[in-house]
Design a protein around this ligand. Structure first.
Ligand SMILES: NC(=O)C1=CN([C@@H]2O[C@H](COP(=O)(O)OP(=O)(O)OC[C@H]3O[C@@H](n4cnc5c(N)ncnc54)[C@H](O)[C@@H]3O)[C@@H](O)[C@H]2O)[C@@H](O)CC1
Ligand SMILES: Nc1ncnc2c1ncn2[C@@H]1O[C@H](COP(=O)(O)OP(=O)(O)OP(=O)(O)O)[C@@H](O)[C@H]1O
Ligand SMILES: [Mg+2]
Length: 329
């Protein structure tokens, strides 16, 4: 073998070993436990001196004629995790349906109105975090309004979790969240490939999920990225975490909505707690790790009871017990 190609082979071999080693390192049970402890540190204590709203006022931007379940799952999960108030800003056709699912949610039928941005903007001073995208759909007029809502949220420094069709919008216009340090993106397999291709102009290296998530986060200016899958890979462009909390093999729709809604609350709690409570780790990464662990634990518990018939509603019924098991030990 020529010297050049031998050196190349050695370098490639070293990269594979480094990758395997670093994955093992971030993936150990001890690391998982250490990160779960950081999640525990950010959870605000329940106290009789607090008033309604202090533990979180979360807004979900999504819901259209076709998709009413997704924004409901996200918004109810935020409440079940511990937020005090959960708002849904949706298209007018979705509002009565979402209201009928639950009396707990505050539902605003504004997203398809010509004043949508203004209608949502007036609530922004009262919201701690926004979850943008569950069940939004891809209608151009709605997406234009959501663009305005994202810009208004950034101007007010409000944390945003972007999921589902919100990620479709970001793939069309990455500049919308480029460098925004209070954004967390939660793509599934397909959404990640679409985003990666739009931002890095090439296909994902499926043998290197760890490196792909790191590169996407860096290319977006260190926005936090959570790639969901068999294991969830999380990065802020500096650190990479892997969440392999045991879930199940049941993949019903809506589990990602539970994750993004929970994350809305945890992001607020993590930013409030600050880096001293997260031992120097990024508060957003810690929050994301908490939401991934919780979703997977809900899936695990629901599957123990319902097996193949498990649905996302069964998982939502497990939020309280899963939260106690992971975070209140
Ligand atoms: N009940 C509801 O109202 C629900 C509505 N949903 C909404 O439906 C809309 C479209 O969401 P989609 O998630 O379908 O987005 P996409 O339209 O981008 O499709 C994602 C596709 O990727 C595929 N996929 C996922 N994981 C994969 C993997 N590991 N390997 C290969 N393929 C994989 C899925 O089968 C799906 O067809 C969003 O607005 C979303 O929020 C979903 O959240 C599900 C529940
Ligand atoms: N193969 C898998 N094994 C175990 N858990 C998984 C697997 N794939 C996804 N998950 C978990 O399921 C949850 C949702 O991820 P998923 O990829 O289904 O999101 P999604 O497609 O956005 O869901 P939704 O239907 O809500 O849009 C995450 O917590 C993730 O960790
Ligand atoms: Mg989804």
């Amino acid at each position: 073998m020529a010297l050049g190609s031998r050196c190349g082979a050695i370098r490639a071999c070293r990269r594979v070993l480094e990758r395997a080693f670093s994955l093992r390192k971030v993936h150990s049970v001890k690391d998982m436990e250490n990160t779960l402890q950081l999640v525990r540190n950010i959870i605000p204590p329940l106290s009789s001196t607090k008033h309604k709203g202090q533990d979180g006022r979360i807004g979900v931007v999504g819901g259209c004629q076709e998709y009413t379940g997704a924004p409901y799952f996200a918004a109810i999960s935020a409440l079940k995790v511990g937020a005090d108030l959960s708002h849904v800003f949706c298209a007018s056709a979705a509002a009565p349906v979402i209201k009928a699912y639950s009396p707990e949610l505050i539902v605003h039928p504004v997203l398809d109105s010509p004043n949508a941005v203004h209608e949502v903007e007036k609530w922004l001073p009262r919201l701690h975090a926004l979850v943008v995208g569950p069940g939004l759909g891809r209608d151009d007029a709605l997406l234009r309004n959501v663009q305005g809502i994202l810009e208004a949220s950034k101007a007010r420094d409000i944390p945003v979790v972007i999921d589902a069709d919100g990620l479709w919008l970001v793939a069309q216009q990455p500049a919308l969240i480029q460098g925004y340090q209070k954004a967390v993106l939660t793509p599934n397999h397909m959404e990640f490939s679409r985003l990666y291709d739009a931002v890095l102009r090439g296909p994902v290296d499926s043998d290197d999920r760890h490196g792909s998530v790191l590169r996407l986060s860096r290319a977006l200016g260190n926005v936090t990225v959570v790639q969901k899958g068999e294991r969830d890979i999380l990065s802020n462009g500096q650190q990479v975490l892997v969440c392999s909390q045991e879930g199940s093999s049941r993949r019903c729709g809506g589990q990602g909505d539970l994750l993004s809604g929970s994350l809305g609350v945890l992001v607020h709690w993590a930013l409030l707690a600050g880096p001293e409570k997260t031992n120097g780790s990024s508060p957003l990464l810690v929050a994301a790790f908490g939401a991934c662990s919780l979703t997977r634990q809900c899936n695990h518990q629901a599957f123990q009871k319902h097996g193949r018939s498990t649905t996302t509603s069964d998982m939502i019924a497990e939020v309280g017990a899963a939260f106690s098991k992971l975070f209140e030990t």
